[in-house]
Design a protein around this ligand. Structure first.
Ligand code: FES
Length: 179
């Protein structure tokens, strides 16, 4: 697949996922002054592209397409390279995130102590599957392998706060406390 086709394929996929999640499908204009501040901080060097993308994500909690295009033009870095970096590193996100990050452990200890039932309860409560964001942008829900506190299994975090020994009844209350 050529460069243009690759970019189109990625953007078409992102657009259909945005539409399915109820987000606007037409990206807004970039916040040029904010991107300029980031570029200047890193000496407008294409060699610093990962640090630039990290700062961009810190600002928006994902990598907005208009800002990526702006960076691509300013640094003369092809969009294919930016998308390649954004999809290679798991820490980068190309879709908007909810205000609260729900992270459920599906590691062995959590799995054997009812992690699957907790996952079902979260999905029912939020109305989205793992890997998705609620339409009201309140929550993004992810699963991970181990949160490092297996003694409290099954465990989830919301914005980094640990909720342990969960069951399908306590999950709802934990989520409701995050408005
Ligand atoms: S397996 Fe869930 S916290 Fe380690």
């Amino acid at each position: 697949m050529g460069r243009i086709e690759t970019i189109r394929a990625i953007e078409t996929s992102l657009e259909s996922r945005r539409a399915a999640a109820g987000f606007a499908t037409t990206p807004a204009a970039p916040d040029a002054p904010a991107v300029e501040t980031i570029l200047d901080r890193h000496g407008r060097a294409s060699a610093q592209i990962i640090a630039i993308l990290q700062d961009l994500q810190e600002q928006h909690r994902y990598l907005p397409e208009p800002e990526l295009r702006y960076i691509s033009r300013q640094l003369d870095v092809p969009m294919t390279r930016l998308y390649a970096i954004a999809t290679f590193y798991k820490a980068f996100r190309l879709e908007p995130r909810g205000r609260h990050e729900v992270c459920l452990c599906m590691g062995t200890a959590c799995h054997v102590r009812g992690g699957e039932r907790v996952k079902d309860a979260i999905e029912r409560s939020l109305g989205v599957a793992a890997g998705e964001t609620t339409a009201d942008m309140r929550f993004s829900f992810e699963t991970v392998r181990c949160l490092g506190c297996c003694g409290q299994a099954p465990v989830m975090t919301v914005d980094g706060k640990i909720y342990g020994k969960l069951d399908h009844l306590t999950v709802g209350a934990a989520l409701e406390s995050h408005t």
